[in-house]
Design a protein around this ligand. Structure first.
Ligand SMILES: [Zn+2]
Length: 338
């Protein structure tokens, strides 16, 4: 009891003394304290250092656990400001070193992370990026693209010849693997993927239906004679709501000539009269103004059929057919009534 009383008195005396002392004295006392601490620390062994660090951390931990949410928030804010001030003071070299250390720490942490954690992290990261990109304006997008391209360019310039060669070899082997897969599973998968494709891309100039490999996006401004390209287009949009151009038409437009199969070259098919939909196959053939003849053969692979040689277009006189049909109907009716 007496001890406690004495301690309390001591503390009060200390407090009073400190309140009375001038700034100069305070500074002096702080300095002395720090030196004493420093001396003490220099003397202590590794074991003691470790023990002290541990005690310090435990004390900090206990303090933090006790802290209220408000205090926590305040502390994190202070911490952030302190870090910010520190970073502002840092020289370029120091910044670089700290960044490097940060990255190394992150790397070590990532190496330790489990597959599950890795997946979660990459998912979060992607979502964060997506949200960020949705917010950015057209100007920012453009700027970002530009920066990306510049970075890629710099990276490529830095690459040594051996690295370039190595990359080329990897690319080549990847290409070969996709063209001629080694395992049957992979080949099967690829086959199923390939046959999903269909000629969904319609050329805006010639209206032929093409596969993705044979079309490019149509941009009139990319041709020297952009007026001709503008004249040939039909503004037909298909996949991804974009205008596509087949490589054949592209070749002709580049030369500055109208593509032979272009719709504007009087190659457009006339609209089919709606009555034809109501006719049967036989009826439609009877009234067809032209009968096409072609030689159809089985192709060597895939059980598909192809046309060989030229298509012969035979015009037929529909009037004669109609007249004959009427006569036939008359004869039938009269023979039935007799
Ligand atoms: Zn075309």
């Amino acid at each position: 009891m007496e001890k406690k009383r004495r301690n309390q008195l001591d503390q009060e005396r200390h407090k009073n003394k400190r309140e009375k002392e001038s700034d100069m004295e305070k500074k002096r006392r702080n300095q002395l304290d720090q030196e004493r601490h420093k001396n003490k620390r220099e003397k202590e062994s590794d074991m003691e250092k470790k023990r002290r660090n541990q005690l310090d951390q435990e004390r900090l931990k206990r303090k933090r656990e006790k802290a209220s949410d408000m205090e926590k928030k305040g502390r994190s804010l202070l911490e952030r400001e302190r870090l910010k001030r520190k970073r502002e003071k840092e020289s370029y070299m120091e910044k670089k070193r700290i960044n490097q250390l940060d990255q190394e720490r992150l790397k070590r942490k990532r190496e330790k992370a489990s597959d599950m954690e890795k997946k979660d992290r990459s998912l979060l990261e992607r979502e964060r990026l997506k949200r960020k990109r949705e917010k950015e304006s057209d100007m920012e997008k453009k700027r970002r693209n530009q920066l990306d391209q510049e970075r890629l360019k710099r990276k490529r310039e830095k690459e040594s010849e051996t690295e370039k060669k190595r990359k080329q070899i990897i690319d080549k082997s990847l290409h070969a693997e996709t063209r001629h897969p080694k395992s049957i599973d992979k080949a099967n998968k690829q086959f199923l993927k390939e046959i999903q494709k269909s000629p969904d891309y319609t050329c805006t100039v010639c209206h032929r239906m093409m596969y993705n490999e044979n079309v490019i996006q149509f941009r009139p401004s990319s041709f020297r004679n952009s007026d001709l390209a503008d004249f040939c287009r039909t503004h037909l949009k298909t996949v991804s709501d974009k205008e596509w151009l087949c490589t054949t038409c592209q070749r002709h437009l580049r030369k500055g000539s109208t593509p032979p199969q272009a719709q504007v070259n009087k190659m457009a098919l006339p609209e089919q009269p709606s009555i034809v939909d109501e006719l049967t196959d036989f009826e439609a053939r009877l009234v067809a103004k032209r009968i096409p003849f072609m030689k159809i053969t089985a192709l060597p692979r895939g059980k598909q059929q192809g046309i060989i040689g030229s298509v012969v277009n035979v015009p037929s006189d529909v009037d004669e057919t109609c007249k004959f049909c009427q006569e036939l109907q008359y004869r039938l009716v009269s023979s039935l009534s007799n």
